[in-house]
Design a protein around this ligand. Structure first.
Ligand SMILES: NC(=O)C1=CN([C@@H]2O[C@H](COP(=O)(O)OP(=O)(O)OC[C@H]3O[C@@H](n4cnc5c(N)ncnc54)[C@H](OP(=O)(O)O)[C@@H]3O)[C@@H](O)[C@H]2O)C=CC1
Ligand SMILES: CC[C@](O)(C(C)=O)C(=O)O
Ligand SMILES: [Mg+2]
Ligand SMILES: [Mg+2]
Length: 491
């Protein structure tokens, strides 16, 4: 059984690592990709992150090629097609790994131990090994050859958006770290910074953090608000609308594109702006619903964070790995059979404002999920900047994937680790919200509030506006969004 590295550390070291996080100003990247110039970068795997990061790095002037497992090359699998059709050199481990100065391990987390064990003997003396998620180091205690530098450059975003944002001329927030046990030449930070520039991350914001803080926050965000909450919310809202007689095509479209539309407002102006898009009575309704949701769901968020911190989550997921992914594959098949997933979006016009007015419950779910995830992460010692990226900032980026092809697309685009955690949350959250959903009517999902009484109590409105603005996620959000002035509009 793998050795959980985090659990071997003394408490004070665990707390120090969890709290490691510093926002890097754009002025700290004056050398751009210079540290990677003249270096040969070999990417292992050409999936969601592999293709996107490789393309961005190449467009930034780096020398990038791909190595794939032999069977993927022989059978000309999708990964081989993606790399070759995009004009990259592709070779076996034996052909390319010995030539690499920097190896980017962008295979699924489940494969990391086997992949790293296979490539380590082939790696050049003093080369660099990089990850985009630290599971293998933190949760499995992987030991890397002492002469190798080990870094992490983790985009806080699905691979598709890593590429899309770069093409739009921006980037996605990125967390970088150097594994302190493996920095023999002291060059880890320079390499990680150059790599973050090469993917465009520095334009959106780079956090200098630790492998531990990345793992414990990344797992929490993806399981709860980012993917779990959007999946649970989609299923509950769709089923409720059908039960209440809303046209199925309309309901399907409202949800498929609704998350993207309402969270676009979140991206620009936080929870406050998202709720400000509602009429005054609708805003108060969304606020009250979200308070109720937070009360019901808080124990679930705490459980996810506790299980992530003490290793229960990684142990159980690794048991599923050892059991041929029976749970993951079963949950994936189950999701494909849900009514929401099987009902195509109708050919109906829904205006941008209507997504808010008819999606009050969706707005409430996003608010509750973002705030709970942020509160739970920061209570566990994760720094607010990182908790912001893992809750509020990334939610719209995941919502974009649902707009493309519903939950299938979201779960195909995110990592298998995120997908497993998403289903885990969904399974616990659906029954938890069953009673709450019994009282839900189409005024808050599907049809909107009646407009004849648009009045509100002044005192209550002032109270709600003040509470929205006082939440700590709004303060850090305002600061971090200040560094994202060049962010491009999507909706
Ligand atoms: N998905 C995302 O958006 C994000 C992922 N990450 C992290 O990035 C890393 C990559 O994840 P992701 O992009 O989702 O992965 P994918 O599942 O999309 O891609 C995996 C790639 O690895 C190859 N691969 C699979 N198994 C093996 C193996 N045993 N040996 C060699 N190659 C293999 C696959 O090709 P083939 O099967 O053809 O060999 C494929 O090209 C993970 O650490 C993940 O946590 C971080 C942030 C976001
Ligand atoms: C969605 C979760 C994520 O961590 C990510 C895209 O950031 C992943 O593992 O896919
Ligand atoms: Mg992530
Ligand atoms: Mg992840």
């Amino acid at each position: 059984m793998p050795n959980n590295y985090f659990n071997t550390l003394p408490l004070r070291e665990q707390l120090a690592q969890l709290a490691k996080c510093r926002f890097m100003d754009i002025s700290e990247f004056p050398d751009g990709v210079e540290a990677l110039k003249g270096k040969k970068i070999v990417v292992i795997g050409c999936g969601a992150q592999g293709l996107a990061q490789g393309m961005n790095l190449r467009d930034s002037g780096c020398d990038v090629s791909y190595t794939l497992r032999a069977a993927a090359i022989a059978e000309k699998r999708q990964s081989w097609k993606s790399a070759t059709e995009n004009g990259f050199v592709v070779g076996t481990y034996e052909e390319l790994i010995p030539t690499a100065d920097v190896v980017l391990n962008l295979t699924p987390d489940k494969q990391h131990t086997a992949v790293v064990n296979a490539i380590m003997p082939l790696m050049k003396q003093g080369a660099c090994l990089s990850y985009s998620h630290g599971f293998n180091i933190v949760e499995e205690g992987m030991k890397i050859r002492e002469d190798l530098t080990v870094i992490m450059v983790a985009p806080k975003c699905p691979g598709s958006e890593v590429r899309n944002e770069y093409v739009r001329g921006f980037g996605v927030p990125t967390l970088i770290a150097v594994h302190e046990d493996n920095d023999p030449k002291g060059e880890g930070l320079a390499l990680a910074k150059a790599y973050a520039v090469g993917t465009g991350g520095h334009k959106a914001g780079v956090l200098m953090s630790s492998f531990i803080a990345e793992v414990k926050s990344d797992l929490m965000g993806e399981q709860t608000i980012l993917c779990g909450m959007l999946q649970t919310g989609s299923l509950l809202c769709f089923d409720k609308m059908i039960e209440e007689g809303v046209d199925a095509g309309y309901a399907s479209k409202l949800i498929q594109f609704g998350w993207e539309t309402v969270t676009e407002a979140l991206k620009y102006g936080g929870v406050t702006n998202m709720l400000d898009r509602l009429s005054n009575p609708a805003k108060i309704k969304a606020f009250d619903l979200s308070e109720e949701l937070k009360l019901i769901m808080r124990p679930l968020y705490n459980k996810h964070q506790d299980d992530i911190i003490d290793g229960t989550f990684s142990r159980t997921m690794m048991e599923d790995w050892a059991n041929d992914d029976v749970n993951l594959l079963g949950w994936r098949a189950e999701t494909a059979e849900t009514a929401f997933e099987k009902t195509p979006a109708g050919d109906v016009e829904i205006s941008e404002q209507e997504y808010f007015d008819h999606g009050i419950l969706m707005v409430a779910m996003v608010k509750a999920g973002v705030e709970l995830a942020f509160e739970t992460m920061t209570a566990a010692g994760i720094v607010a900047d990182s908790a912001y990226y893992e809750s509020l900032h990334e939610t719209p980026l995941i919502a974009n994937t649902i707009a493309r092809k519903k939950l299938y697309e979201m779960n195909a685009t995110i990592s298998d680790t995120a997908e497993y955690g998403c289903y885990l949350y969904n399974h616990a959250c659906l029954p938890l919200l069953a009673d709450f959903m019994k009282d839900i009517k189409t005024d808050v999902i599907g049809r909107g509030l009646a407009v004849d009484d648009n009045g509100v109590d002044n005192a209550r409105l002032i109270e709600v506006n003040a509470a929205l603005r006082a939440h700590p996620v709004e303060a850090i959000g305002t600061t971090l969004r200040g560094h994202m002035a060049d962010m491009k509009k999507i909706v």
